[in-house]
Design a binder for this molecule. Sequence first.
Ligand SMILES: *Cc1c(COP(=O)(O)O)cnc(C)c1O
Length: 387
Amino acid sequence: MSDAIMATYSRLPVTFTKGADARLWDTEDREYVDALSGIAVCSLGHAHPEIAKAISDQAHTLIHTSNLYGIEPQEKLASKLAQLSGMEQVFFSNSGTEANEAAIKLARRYGSGKGVSLPKIIVVEGSFHGRTMAALSATGNKKIQEGFAPLLEGFVHVPYNDLSAIEVAMDDQVVAIMVEPIQGEGGINIPDEGYLKSIRQLCNKHGCLMILDEIQAGMCRTGTWFGYQHEDVTPDVVTLAKALGNGVPIGAMLARGEAVGVLVAGTHGSTFGGNFLACRTALTVVEVMERDAMAARAKELGEYFLKGFASLAELSGVKDVRGKGLMLGIELEKDCPELVLQALEAGLLINVTAGSVIRLLPPIVMTNEQADSVIETVSRLVKEFIA
Ligand SMILES: *Cc1c(COP(=O)(O)O)cnc(C)c1O
């Protein structure tokens, strides 16, 4: 790989040249099954014809004018997202971490409006919120923070899935609680049922905002449009990115209730955020997902995968097999980073996160036959690894 690329990623020895649905081809024209979707991004698969057409049409019409003027696809996308999410207003960014920066700024300004001078945001261990300074300070992973001190103040980390720890951390300086509905990078960690509902109640009781980072779990991946829709709750702030543009960079922060009207003119902005190209693409993504009932398909295919992997859970080197929709994790007893390269050599893209968790984030358009091949390859590699 080129020395001209800064080595912030340790890259696998493969370069892809084209894709279609859940398949990719490399420079040698070898075919692969993609069970990672560019890390939960290409949920509608690669080179989706309707998405490609929307991008091309919009590029031939108008790409960018800045947010100094009205942007019709941005307005349509915001309305559509509000309707699907139960939220009221949207701020558009270009990435997940920027959506979280916006949410953190919103929470601080909300606190400032209530006279809080040293605002705190409760966040959890094992979380991932992005790589910019505020988002990495919020992230509950020391490795990601190492070497970047001084971090931003005002984040209180508590264990995940632990309501009493939140209660203990709560005081009148707390302006928000921020969590992922299911932890992605952290290892596909699914909280107990009722966790989000109880967080909602705590936020109501203490007058702070409930912020959900749905960057990985949102957009149909877990079998509903948004992760919180598995429980009967509505957060105050939701952040999105990843699958929203199916690969065209776009992020969003959605707000409702008291979180609306906090960021007024001049308090936040983005040159590129929400431009014609990104919003037209994302609008098409949302329309295709809705028309093709992608949330239901993610649920169905997720159950198919879990059934296919069920026998692995019985093996002694396997700690757990878990998932919700198409956020799937197979946790082994020991670290298994080498499985990624072994899978690649077998023509399959997977990921290993948190050391010992095989993470699958397949495109929602994956067929059952492709899923069978993923189940077969992963099962074989796991059995060889633990043998
Ligand atoms: C990927 C991710 C982010 C960061 O998104 P970027 O677009 O890489 O900045 C934040 N939160 C969660 C939960 C993510 O999965």
